[in-house]
Design a protein around this ligand. Structure first.
Ligand SMILES: CC(C)(COP(=O)(O)OP(=O)(O)OC[C@H]1O[C@@H](n2cnc3c(N)ncnc32)[C@H](O)[C@@H]1OP(=O)(O)O)[C@@H](O)C(=O)NCCC(=O)NCCS
Length: 183
């Protein structure tokens, strides 16, 4: 298979026990094992929520979300809030995200990332939440950087790379943030 997959042909929905996950095979064994062994159990215990993506009835990707915080110091000055009084900011974390290796570089990861951002944006309408965080594998940093995720400055030397997206400018472009105060 090659060429971008039209997003109209992708169907993404919350993971349930009815989904058949057996054929899913990303390049990461840990992510495959997480999806098949832990995702449903974690979800049942309210630890995270997973979403699965199908193309022509075959499962080709998933992502998992949970809540998070990010230390105020980890965020660059331009992404922070002036005179913030607390040590941590509220965030949503992309805890897992993977695409079947047979479908890589066909736009599926981007589709999943945008779906995750969409959910985080909708949560931010109800609960204070300014950042999306992810611990990226080194080889996936380019993928997140392409979509404006920044590398956390204080922790560059780790096996995985903590990154964040500041949702404030995104939301500001979509609608006046001040309108939240008009409810
Ligand atoms: C990272 C991952 C999710 C990307 O999914 P994908 O469907 O291949 O990504 P897309 O096709 O949407 O790529 C969008 C853009 O991201 C960048 N990108 C994606 N994979 C890349 C790679 N391996 N190297 C460099 N840039 C990459 C490219 O700019 C790409 O655009 P292009 O193909 O037009 O050049 C996928 O490779 C994957 O599942 N990897 C294994 C698990 C993993 O690392 N998960 C993320 C860590 S949490």
């Amino acid at each position: 298979m090659s060429g971008k997959i039209s997003w109209d042909e992708l169907e993404t929905s919350p993971l349930t026990k009815k989904h058949n996950l057996s054929s899913f095979n990303s390049s990461s064994f840990e992510l495959n094992d997480f999806l098949k062994d832990d995702a449903l159990i974690n979800q049942e215990h309210l630890l995270n929520r997973s979403y699965v993506c199908f193309f022509k009835s075959r499962m080709i990707g998933f992502f998992t979300l949970t809540t998070d915080t990010i230390t105020a110091k980890a965020v660059s000055k331009s992404d922070g809030f002036d005179n913030y009084k607390y040590a941590k900011y509220p965030a949503i974390k992309i805890a897992r995200l993977a695409v079947d290796k047979r479908c890589e570089r066909r736009g599926v990861g981007t589709h999943l990332l945008f779906a995750a951002i969409g959910i985080a944006l909708s949560i931010s309408e109800h609960v204070g939440c300014r950042y999306i965080t992810v611990d990226s594998k080194k080889k996936s940093v380019n993928f997140y950087e392409k979509y404006n995720f920044a590398i956390v400055k204080t922790r560059k030397d780790m096996d995985f790379i903590p990154m964040y997206l500041n949702m404030y400018p995104v939301i500001k472009e979509m609608r006046p943030v001040e309108s939240l105060n008009d409810w």
